[in-house]
Ligand binder design. Structure first.
Ligand code: GDG
Length: 478
């Protein structure tokens, strides 16, 4: 079983001759001003949760966009700061972008173009030439920062995600001998869908600048290889599946802490949860996560099963995200309306079926919610992996709780003992909520222990170790 220690060992044995450079849009630590004091936090999102433990084991440099209002105050003359700020283990190199650059590259091309292109939902991608030019420009800015960090050293570069489709080829143009890998955290579409992007040829060629390209599942790898074939572009990139995961041991340990139990008590009191069946949904507010569908299924469940009125409470937690993009604003409003509608339709003076918790929650509260929940709903319409599902499993040290999981998540390929749903088939989905609530204890325990074994073994350190050993092996062959 891979652990933080064994990954650290692997890094020492195989990577000590190299500087490890990770590149992502979002930084793993953000510094902000609170009055005249500087504070810091780790932002929400699967990517940071997944990669910080890897760099903390390996040391090295993480290159990312500076986004906090105190970020510039804490960097040195070369825009570097040691992190984690309270116990430095590696270097964060911040890249500064103008608002116009962020609009075109991040909000525009990455989030209004590539995100909907790669996720098959009903939201169409928007492709503006101006956004594309800015995306290329920002990929060049990051390539220059990476080159500066590396200098003349031997390095392994690990690029993250769809914000940097062109980065590997730009880095390679400056430094042909480097070993570069990239992990694409979202699905890869079929060629029929991909070619609706006017610049798909350049995107494929850019990604083929990598020595190694990772996706969560074999089916995304297949889609990519077929795209390369159908588009008749060439490259010698190894394309392989590396299913991402969570720090199972840490979450299990943290979830069992006494302060989590105190928080569970206080949530029980605050929301009157005693004696109720508690369900949770816990997502970044994104249209790919199937949140309206989940609320509709809950509505149908209550409509069909009136004996559960007053006995089930669903807590929808999670942060609004990408709020500058119009479609996200619309989603926030729709979720809000659906929740209000449900509470008006069924609520009484002493009971509301849905409790919205749309604010930044601490890890203690998140773990308390996971432990309180008889069932957790992950209803994505399409999701590269989904870490929420794995975190729920990791927190259930009591071997209890039911995971209701959309079959359109990468996680569904690993978590075989979940209760599977097609989130668009509302009647069936409602039936699965009932099934989860009524599942006999013995079956819940059998399923949860099996899920826990899977996530314990296929943890974040295994993900990091497999990608890094592949990359190191490629570097050795050069
Ligand atoms: C992308 C891919 C892939 C959520 N709400 C709060 C909060 N969270 C945390 C969760 C989890 C993370 O955010 C979300 O991770 P996901 O994997 O579910 O989803 P994306 O953000 O869409 O991530 C996804 C992932 O990349 C990794 O490759 O799995 O498929 O779409 O860790 O717990 N955390 C806090 N407050 C919240 O309100 N603190």
């Amino acid at each position: 079983m891979w652990t933080r220690e064994s990954l650290g060992q692997l890094v020492k044995e195989k990577l000590s001759r190299y500087l490890l450079v990770v590149v992502s849009n979002r930084e793993p630590y953000v510094h902000t001003l609170a009055g005249d004091k500087i504070t810091w936090h780790q932002p929400v999102g699967g990517l940071t949760e997944a990669l910080d433990p890897v760099l903390r084991s390996s040391g090295g440099t993480w290159v990312a966009q500076g986004s906090g209002d105190a970020d510039r105050k804490v960097v040195d003359a070369a825009d570097r700061v040691a992190v984690p700020p309270d116990r430095p283990e590696y270097t964060l190199r911040r890249v500064w972008l103008t608002q116009e650059e962020v609009n075109g590259y991040y909000l525009g091309f990455a989030n209004e173009g590539l995100w909907p292109l790669c996720h098959t939902t009903s939201v169409p991608p928007v492709f503006r030439d101006g956004d594309w030019l800015t995306y290329k420009k920002v990929n060049r800015i990051f390539a220059d920062a990476v080159a500066q960090e590396i200098g003349g050293r031997r390095a392994l570069v690990l690029v993250q995600d769809y914000h940097f489709a062109l980065l590997a080829s730009y880095i390679r143009a400056q430094n042909p001998g480097l070993t570069i890998g990239q992990f694409w955290h979202i699905p890869w579409p079929s060629f029929k869908v991909l070619r609706t992007c006017p610049w798909y040829g350049e995107i494929l060629a850019g990604l083929l600048g990598n020595d190694l390209l990772g996706f969560h599942t074999p089916s995304y790898c297949r889609n990519f290889k077929e795209s390369v074939e159908d588009a008749a572009v060439n490259g010698a990139t190894a394309v392989e599946a590396f299913p991402i995961s969570v720090d199972f041991r840490k979450i299990s340990g943290d979830a069992a802490a006494p302060e989590v139990e105190r928080e569970m008590d206080s949530l029980r009191r605050e929301f009157n949860l005693e004696g109720k069946y508690v369900g949770i949904g816990m997502d970044r507010l994104d249209y790919t996560k199937g949140i309206p569908e989940r609320l509709q299924a809950l509505d149908r469940f209550l409509e069909d099963n009136s004996r559960y009125l007053g006995r089930v409470v669903f807590i929808q937690a999670g942060m609004p995200s990408r709020t500058q993009v119009g479609i996200y604003e619309q989603l926030d409003r729709r979720v809000d309306e659906l929740i209000r509608g449900l509470n008006q339709k069924y609520g009484t003076a002493s009971w509301q079926p849905v409790i919205p918790l749309m604010r930044q929650l601490t890890p203690v509260t998140l773990n308390a919610l996971r432990r309180l929940a008889h069932f957790c709903v992950v209803s994505s319409l399409h999701d590269g992996m989904n870490l929420v599902a794995k975190e729920y499993v990791a927190a259930r040290t009591d071997d209890d709780g039911v995971l209701i999981l959309s079959k359109f998540t990468g996680a569904a390929e690993e978590l075989a003992e979940a209760v599977f749903i097609d989130p668009r088939v509302i009647g069936e989905f409602a039936g699965k909520i009932k099934e989860a609530i009524e599942m006999p204890e013995e079956e819940r325990r059998r399923r949860m222990s099996a899920l826990r074994r899977t996530v314990a073994e296929n943890n974040i350190y295994k993900w990091g170790a497999s990608m890094l050993s592949r990359l190191a092996a490629i570097a050795e062959e050069k």
